[in-house]
Ligand binder design. Sequence first.
Ligand code: FAD
Ligand code: FES
Length: 258
Amino acid sequence: MKTTVNHRSLGGIMRPYRVANVLRENETTHTLLFDGRLPEAQPGQFVMAWLPEIGEKPFSIHANIPLALTICDVGPVSNAMVNLQVHDRLWLRGPLGNGFELKGSKHLLVGGGYGAAPLSFLAEEALRQEGEVVACLGAKTKADLILVDRLTSLGCELRVATEDGSEGSQGLVTEVAQEAIDAFQPDCLYACGPTGMLLALADFCQQRGLPAQLSFEALMRCGVGLCGSCELPEELCQRLGLPGGWLVCHDGPVAMIG
Ligand SMILES: Cc1cc2nc3c(=O)[nH]c(=O)nc-3n(C[C@H](O)[C@H](O)[C@H](O)COP(=O)(O)OP(=O)(O)OC[C@H]3O[C@@H](n4cnc5c(N)ncnc54)[C@H](O)[C@@H]3O)c2cc1C
Ligand code: FES
């Protein structure tokens, strides 16, 4: 599924989209559905979203037919985006970066917080190829969880962890994911979420010899490998076996481990 699109050329083209619908995922997170789609988008890729006089930030592609983004309100750009109404306009460039690459037929998906955003696109693609999908979702509380209903309705087996125990197992999603690895014996693990969660999963997968595809976040400016602001710290590259100077926007966001 790795993209063959020349994303450097597409990365420069900004296209206008209008909001066609808004789904409220929880108090701070909304999914915006747009009046179009991106050319050849793959699960795991992202777009740079721009609002005039506010700014431009990266967001994962949640779905592409129609194009959808799931936005958590954490600062100026995301706040303006969750406040967009039907018919409002924003500008997007992408798809950017690499995508997840489906391996084998048993897929374990792990999402922490709004990191779950790209996983329903991936689950849809895996199920379309007649794969089996187990999805583990984690959040601080039940109210912070997103995409539980969507992943269940797609046909994924769902395992949930909340830090306060208000839904699913009490604890971290990494614990639930480790149990799922033992029970489900997946061919590959795909994860998106906070760096600490990704590193814990990387260690566990490396110990088990399980291939992992981990989607990293970083501060981005250009989104196309020119400015260097999204370089993964050297110690993380070494720990994950990635080459030094690994750029999240250009070499990732998905790091292939093992
Ligand atoms: C490839 C990629 C995909 C993403 N997908 C999504 C998505 O689907 N949905 C979504 O809601 N967000 C996503 N993000 C995160 C989103 O781009 C950031 O949260 C962005 O900074 C929001 O912009 P803002 O102007 O609203 O807030 P900002 O003012 O930029 O940030 C608000 C707060 O978050 C902190 N922060 C921002 N980025 C990071 C970071 N990388 N690491 C640690 N702290 C950070 C800032 O320091 C600040 O305290 C993604 C990021 C990347 C790189
Ligand atoms: S954001 Fe500029 S190099 Fe990645």
